[in-house]
Design a protein around this ligand. Structure first.
Ligand code: SF4
Length: 376
């Protein structure tokens, strides 16, 4: 199991797990092979690049250990429960930390160094294989819930799919014109980037699901990253079949372009991909990024990184809708700054509502306001 955020460490562990010598070693120990799985944003990274299966999002990290079949959990930084150390002690699972800034008492510490990364990863995979024999059959419980998903839609893939509908690939950057035409025609009302975490303050994944469902029904295309994207995976929304949830316009676009209604763009740090998408759409439209009917939404945000990601989106001139109140409510000045004050500087701000249905309503109103501003 790889877990965390730094794609370099997980990339090495996954690559080591694909080495024939180690796969043969696992078989010599009575295993069918090496099963690598991912958690949190690292899961998004290795799913996109290697097809490694996702085991769950943020609030499921303990559940994964509870299956009793994890020989080793390799973590790097952020979103790692310190309690994993005590929990893995109750099982045969080896818990490996790898970053000097995120060592956890009780873990095996293997400081990840770029120059020896692959050798270190192979050593860890071998250690995990040796641990296979220590599984306790009485503690094994694997839920049979599985979902298929199509993952990995960076900007280049989106353009490639749009090119399949109408070849407008005018330069090396490609063009979003078919998508823009669909927005102008009203077939698509706009797009929403749904990002971020699970938050223990609310029922996990509930807001994500409700918001996604309602936006799809209202012909709004969704791009997703982070634990929100993993929720969409679990709910089967990253499959082309999920178009049954869409309004007639979005359904037609998904059929024509041959895409699922929610496009998986990667880990939470891949917000940069989303901002490239937004700036590319604005460029091809010939308007400013602040004008296009595209917004960000973090229904269950939790981490400090989610805060910086959302600030990046607001700084780019795109409104962000939050489903969890920010912890600055004690200051009326701060609240005024983040909801209205930034508008004078960047053209965007935060809109906050803890009721997912009301949040969708304000997102739809926001998109329609942008459309009206563009005269469409
Ligand atoms: S989306 Fe949030 S909770 Fe999930 S891995 Fe990223 S920072 Fe952590």
């Amino acid at each position: 199991m790889v877990h965390g955020h730094d794609p370099a460490f997980s990339e090495m562990v996954v690559t080591a797990g694909e080495v024939k010598e180690l796969v043969d070693y696992a078989k010599s120990k009575g295993a069918k092979g090496i099963n690598l799985v991912g958690l949190c944003c690292t899961a998004n990274e290795v799913a996109m690049r290697h097809g490694v299966r996702m085991a769950g999002n943020f609030l499921q990290q303990e559940n994964v250990v509870l299956t009793g079949v994890v020989e080793m959990m390799c973590v790097d930084v952020q979103c790692i429960f310190p309690a994993l150390s005590a929990l893995t002690d109750c099982y045969h699972t080896k818990f490996v930390t790898s970053s000097p800034i995120a060592q956890i008492p009780g873990s095996i510490y293997e400081e990840f160094k770029p120059e020896t990364a692959f050798e270190q990863a192979k050593k860890l995979v071998r250690m995990a294989i040796d641990n296979f024999q220590n599984r306790d059959a009485a503690k094994i419980y694997i839920p049979d819930t599985k979902q298929k998903a199509t993952v990995g839609y960076p900007c280049e893939q989106i353009i490639k799919h749009l090119d399949g509908v109408a070849n407008t690939h005018v330069d090396e950057l490609g063009s979003y014109r078919p998508a823009i035409d669909a927005i102008k025609a009203g077939v698509l009302r706009g797009a929403v980037a749904i990002v971020g975490c699970n938050n223990p303050r609310v029922r996990p994944d509930y807001s994500h699901f409700e918001i996604m469902k309602e936006l799809l029904a209202n012909d709004v295309l969704i791009v997703a990253t982070g634990c929100a994207a993993q929720m969409a995976t679990k709910a089967g929304l990253l499959q082309k079949d999920a178009k049954y949830l869409c309004g007639a316009g979005l359904r037609r676009v998904c059929e024509l372009v041959n895409i699922p209604p929610i496009l998986h763009m990667g880990a939470c740090v891949d917000i940069s991909r989303m901002m490239l998408l937004a700036s590319g759409i604005a460029r091809d439209w010939g308007v400013d990024t602040t004008q296009i009917p595209v917004v960000g939404c973090a229904p269950e945000w939790m981490s400090e990184k989610a805060v910086s990601i959302a600030n990046y989106v607001v700084s780019t001139g795109i409104d962000v809708y939050l489903g969890i109140e920010p912890q600055v409510k004690g200051s009326s000045q701060m609240m005024e700054l983040i909801t209205e004050g930034t508008r004078a500087i960047t053209g965007a701000g935060y809109i906050i509502n803890t009721d997912p249905h009301e949040l969708v309503k304000s997102i739809l109103d926001g998109l329609e306001k942008k459309r009206a501003g563009l005269g469409i």
